[in-house]
Design a protein around this ligand. Sequence first.
Ligand code: A3P
Length: 272
Amino acid sequence: SIQNQTQTAVHPNGTRQQLPQTIIIGVRKGGTRALIEMLSLHPGIAAAESEVHFFDWEDHFEKGLQWYASQMPFSYPHQITVEKTPAYFTSSNVPERIYKMNPATRLLLILRDPTERILSDYTQVFYNRRQKHKLYQHIETMLIKNGDINMDYKALNRSLYYIHMQNWLKYFPLSHIHVVDGNMLIKDPLPEMKRVEKFLNLSAQINASNFYFNKTKGFYCLRNHGRERCLHESKGRAHPQVASPILDKLYQFFHEPNRKFFQLIGRTFDWH
Ligand code: A3P
């Protein structure tokens, strides 16, 4: 199999680097970091620390699967290797590339309310640009053009989930794609993580004691073997204020794309 051809040498302790059997494909700002960190609580999971960008960056993809495997953590044979690169979901050539690596790959997709996702996306770009002393436009200027929703705004396109999902469904059956509700993962992570365990055929190991709510952060943090930690401060940032007529227009706008998405996957979400 591809897996056997590309795995790297076995280390004396019995670990080696394996191609991922599971990939978190996105969505950008959906809660991908929280998902991979929470999944890592499970002893059956070996997660790549950084975003690999193998399938979406040509200069990486050209290096081949051997290089991809070399980016993975050392793991035991019984463990599932997982990586997350949020840009995969919205990159149209990625589904075919993952399929060709291994059509049995299990995909995890974490989504949140599309309007909320845009505000989070904007906030990330805003911080990045400010850090580089670059100019940035006000969010309302990005969202609205000539009194109407600006369809050229990239962050808006990334929230049109059904368009991207169609590309994935050309290669993977729904049974290989598990959608995690990012809004629910924020509010109450345990039930979402139990569903992920089930999807990956993992034993039920993640439990209530793995999570505690941190009032200062305003989010759940993780507890593992008595060690407590929250996600980086860049996760869970305040979003810019948007005038409510514009917000309402966005919620209204996403009604139809959301409906199409729900129809595609045969499931609904409690979004605006
Ligand atoms: P905001 O910072 O806009 O609130 P990603 O890791 O894909 O970039 O997603 C970031 C988002 O994960 C954050 O967006 C935050 O809302 C969400 N998130 C979910 N669970 C979280 C947690 N336990 N701690 C911090 N952020 C969490």
